[in-house]
Design a protein around this ligand. Structure first.
Ligand code: EPU
Length: 439
C-alpha cells in the first residue's frame, strides 16, 4: 500500500503557519544528550521519521526516552549507556545518526557506528569526520562496513576542514568537548544548527566559543562536568523557506510564525528580487506575499550564509513559471537536480548541464504524476503541484515525511487542496487490457 498526495493546483495560499523545530538541529542535540549521565529535556522536537530513527539509536545504546506530544518535548535519560553500537539498519536510513560517533567517543571512549554509504543526492563521504577524530587521538578501523573508533584518551589539537562540512564540524565538536586541552576547528561550518549544537553543549557543561564563525574553539572538560538541563531547539529555517516559497508560488499572502529571519537572509533576498514582499511583524514572525508573476534570478548554492542547497529544488520550482531565464549552480552535491525530470513532466523548460540548470520560465505548469526522489525534491514537487493546472499526484511520501511535520495539514490550513491517500491498486496491472490489445 503506497501513500501519495493528491493536489488540486491553483489555490492562493493564505493564512498563518507555525514552523516547527529544526530537523537538522534536533537530531544532533539528541545525539549530544548522551554526554549527560542523567536527564536532558529537549523542547520543540518535531514529529518526523528522522527523529524517530535517532530516538531508536539512543534507545539501543541504553538511553530511556519519554516523548510528550503536547509539549513537543523529549526527555532522554542517559544515566546508563550499555552499548556503543549504532547499527547499519538505522544509520543507512538516516545519515545524521552518524553524529552519534563523536558523542559516543566522548562518553564511552569507544564507538562502533555503521558507515552511512552514499545516498540519492550524492556520494556524501565521511573522510573529514574520520581524519579529525584520528587527529584527536582516536584509533579508527573500518571493519565490516562500520567505523570502530577507540581512544584511551582524546587530546585537543588544531583541525582544518577542506570543506566546511556540517556533519564533520558537529562530530568533531562532540568528540573535542571531552578532550584534554583545546581544539580549534578551522574552516568550520557556520550553519545556525552548528550554533544550536554549541549552545546546547555549553548549556549541559561544555566550553565552546566561536560557533557561527569559521573558527570554533573547544576547551575540553571532564565528562563529569556534563549535567542535566532543558533546551529548546531553534526553528527549522528550511521548513520556513519551504512555506514562504509555497505562498509566493501561489501568489498568496501568509503569516509565518516561529521563524528566525536572520537564518534565511540570503534566501529572503532572492525571494524579494523575484518580486516577493517580506515584512517583519515581530522578531519571530514575518508576513510574506507576492502579487504578480515572479522574475527569474540566478543563484549558486553555498555553505551558510550562502544560498542553502536544501532550498535549491524549491527555488527551481519557482523559476519554472517566472518571467525570463534563471540559472542555478549546485555547488554542494553532485546529484541534487533529481526534481528536474519530474518538473519537466509538468511542462517545465529546464536544461541541465552537470551542476548547472537553466530554467526558462513558462506560463503554467500542468498537473502530472510525479515521484519524490528525496526530501527536498519531494517538497519542490508538492509546491509545483500547488502551482499547476489540474491535478498532481506525488508519490513516495516517505521521503517528505522525513523532514516535514504535518506537511499536508499545514498546507491545508493555508487553503491548499492537498490530500494524502493510500493507493491499493498501485502494483496491479490490468492484464485484460494487454490481451485485448493483441500485441
Ligand atoms: N563531505 C566530504 N567529506 C566529509 C563530509 C562532507 O566530502 O567527510 C562533502 C559532502 O559529500 C558534501 C559536502 O561535503 O558534498 C557538504 O556535506 P556536509 O557534511 O556539510 O553535509 P551533511 O552534514 O551530511 C547537512 C544536512 C543536509 C544539508 C547539508 C549542507 C543534516 C542531517 N543534513 O548534511 O541536509 O544539505 O548539511 O547544508 O544536518 C536535508 O535536510 O535535506 C539535507 C540533506
Amino acid at each position: 500500500m503506497a501513500e501519495k498526495f493528491r493536489i488540486q493546483g491553483g489555490e492562493c495560499l493564505k493564512g498563518e503557519v507555525q514552523i516547527g523545530g529544526a530537523k537538522n538541529s534536533v537530531l544532533k542535540l539528541l545525539a549530544a544528550s548522551i554526554l549527560v549521565k542523567g536527564c536532558t529535556k529537549i523542547y520543540n522536537v518535531p514529529q518526523l521519521t528522522d527523529v524517530t530513527i535517532m530516538l531508536q539509536v539512543l534507545s539501543e545504546l541504553g538511553a530511556k526516552l519519554e516523548y510528550n506530544k503536547e509539549e513537543k518535548s523529549v526527555t532522554i535519560d542517559s544515566t546508563n549507556i550499555s552499548s556503543v553500537t549504532a547499527r547499519y539498519e538505522l544509520v543507512s536510513k538516516m545519515r545524521a545518526s552518524f553524529t552519534i560517533l563523536g558523542a559516543l567517543i566522548s562518553r564511552c571512549k569507544e564507538a562502533i557506528v555503521a558507515l552511512p554509504g552514499g545516498c540519492a543526492i550524492g556520494e556524501r563521504r565521511v573522510d573529514f569526520h574520520i581524519k579529525g577524530l584520528e587527529a584527536l587521538g582516536a584509533k579508527i578501523k573500518i571493519e565490516n562496513g562500520c567505523v570502530h573508533a577507540k581512544a584511551t584518551k582524546l587530546v585537543g589539537t588544531d583541525l582544518y576542514l577542506d570543506i566546511p562540512s556540517v556533519g564533520a564540524t558537529e562530530n568533531l565538536m562532540l568528540a573535542a568537548v571531552t578532550a584534554q586541552g583545546s581544539t580549534r576547528i578551522q574552516n568550520a561550518a557556520q550553519e545556525p544548527e552548528i550554533v544550536d549544537l554549541a549552545n546546547f553543549l555549553n548549556t549541559i557543561g561544555a566550553d565552546i566559543s566561536g560557533a557561527g564563525t569559521s573558527e570554533i574553539v573547544i576547551n575540553g572538560v571532564k565528562l563529569e562536568n556534563f549535567h542535566s538541563a532543558e533546551y529548546t531547539t531553534i526553528p527549522d529555517r528550511i521548513e520556513a523557506g519551504t512555506y514562504m516559497a509555497a505562498v509566493v508560488a501561489t501568489r498568496g499572502k501568509a503569516i509565518i510564525r516561529n521563524i528566525y529571519p536572520a537564518h534565511l537572509t540570503f534566501f529572503n533576498d532572492k525571494l524579494i528580487k523575484m518580486g516577493a514582499n517580506i515584512k517583519l511583524a515581530d522578531p519571530t514572525t514575518i508576513e510574506v506575499s507576492a502579487r504578480n508573476r515572479l522574475n527569474s534570478i540566478n543563484f549558486i548554492t553555498q555553505p551558510y550564509p550562502g544560498f542553502p542547497t536544501d532550498l535549491q529544488a524549491i527555488a527551481m520550482t519557482l523559476l519554472t513559471t517566472a518571467n525570463g531565464v534563471g540559472i542555478i549552480t549546485e555547488s554542494l552535491y553532485e546529484n541534487r537536480f533529481m526534481q528536474v525530470p519530474d518538473l519537466r513532466r509538468m511542462g517545465a523548460d529546464i536544461h541541465q548541464d552537470r551542476n548547472h540548470a537553466i530554467i526558462k520560465g513558462i506560463k503554467n505548469l500542468t498537473g502530472a504524476t510525479v515521484v519524490a526522489s528525496d526530501l527536498r525534491a519531494g517538497a519542490a514537487l508538492v509546491i509545483a503541484g500547488l502551482m499547476a493546472n489540474k491535478e498532481t499526484i506525488v508519490e513516495k511520501l516517505h521521503h517528505i515525511d522525513r523532514g516535514y511535520e504535518a506537511f499536508e495539514e499545514k498546507l491545508r490550513s493555508l487553503g491548499a487542496k492537498i490530500k494524502r491517500f493510500e493507493d491499493n491498486n498501485e502494483n496491479k496491472i490490468n492484464m485484460g487490457v494487454l490481451n485485448e490489445s493483441r500485441l
